[in-house]
Design a protein around this ligand. Structure first.
Ligand code: DP6
Length: 327
């Protein structure tokens, strides 16, 4: 049987940046994210007795090497859970605006978990899917759910994602300001490990991040955009501070990233709620109210052209259906 899953990417408002267990991927902190409508991955999987190895086609190109190995190792976990040995064919399409530079392992492994588990004959709950997706990539744990989701530390059984608010019925958006769409020099997996092992600020970041959890949950429940934004921006800046204080240091943010962060600060002085968050790359994501889109865009035009500003809103949970196409 062919099964297809659509999983949306998510942006962390409280970041995951470091692992307690690198083998099964459990985090040092609780992370909280917003799943986005605009960016998603569609993945079709079928297990085929005729195959003598797994196959993986991404955006119409056959994948080999390290990326293929990662997918095969993930499929091994699915095979083990399902008690089968058959190889699989995986076909994935990333629906991310070409210039976004946002290609993310979050939607990729969430969609793979959904399609592969079903195709292998498993019928997993969303929590079980989240646990499975975590074995592929930490941030994928949260992409199973729509809206606001959290992922807590714990053991293999307990470190799973859960929905905070699945259907977000109040105005919040995330504007991605594309600074650079080239693959990053230091990937998130290596970056977080290096910061954790060498930054003298790392433990401080973990303590502060864990203290931000309850305040963030309360702000989400209160639809309090300003508090959500304040906590998210401070959490992101502290995460990046663990990188610039690592030994040797590394840095994802460029002068242009800082220009955008400063524009957000200036807009706030004019009373417009807009806050920045940045991941393992120079692009800046602005948390804001949709009614301020034009004002924010106009302010950003001094740094980037309009086509580099991509707007997204809260997105849905994973969807899995039989066949090759998601309907
Ligand atoms: C900065 O989920 O890509 O986006 O678990 O090693 O695959 P691995 O890392 P990954 O890291 C994401 C880091 C982040 C913050 C976040 O999404 O929470």
């Amino acid at each position: 049987m062919h099964f297809t899953a659509r999983a949306h990417t998510n942006i962390a408002l409280l970041k995951y940046w470091g692992k307690v267990d690198t083998e099964i991927i459990t985090p040092t902190t609780t992370s909280i994210s917003l799943t986005l409508d605009e960016f998603y991955t569609d993945t079709t999987v079928w297990f085929d007795e005729k195959l003598n190895a797994d196959q993986f086609v991404l955006d119409n190109e056959t994948v080999t090497g390290h990326a293929m190995q990662k997918v095969s190792r993930f499929l091994d976990i699915v095979r083990q859970q399902a008690g089968i040995q058959t190889y699989a064919s995986v076909i994935s399409t990333n629906h991310v605006p070409t210039a976004a530079g946002l290609a993310s392992s979050a939607s990729a492994f969430a969609a793979l978990a959904g399609a592969a588990s079903k195709a292998a004959g498993l019928d997993l709950t969303l929590t079980e899917l989240s646990r499975l997706a975590r074995h592929g990539s930490g941030s994928a744990t949260r992409s199973i759910f729509g809206g606001f989701a959290q992922w807590t530390p714990g053991n293999d059984l307990t470190s799973v994602g859960s929905p905070l608010v699945s259907d977000v019925d109040w105005p919040i958006q995330l504007m991605t300001v594309v600074i650079n769409d080239q693959p990053k020099k230091v990937g998130s997996r290596a970056g977080m490990q290096h910061a954790m092992e060498t930054s003298p600020f790392y433990d401080l970041w973990v303590n502060t991040a864990n203290q931000q959890v309850n305040a963030m949950i309360k702000a989400i429940q209160n639809h309090d955009l300003n508090t959500i934004g304040q906590i998210a921006e401070s959490n992101a800046l502290q995460m990046h501070a663990t990188n610039t204080t690592a030994v040797p240091p590394f840095n994802y943010l460029t002068d242009k990233s800082w220009e955008v962060i400063l524009i957000a600060q200036q807009l706030r002085q004019q009373g417009i709620p807009v806050y920045a968050t940045m991941d393992a790359g120079p692009n800046v994501k602005l948390i804001s109210n949709p009614c301020d889109t034009e004002t924010i865009k106009n302010a950003l035009l001094s740094v980037v052209s309009e086509d580099k500003i991509i707007n997204a809103h809260p997105g849905p949970e994973i969807k899995i259906s039989a066949g090759d196409i998601i309907c």
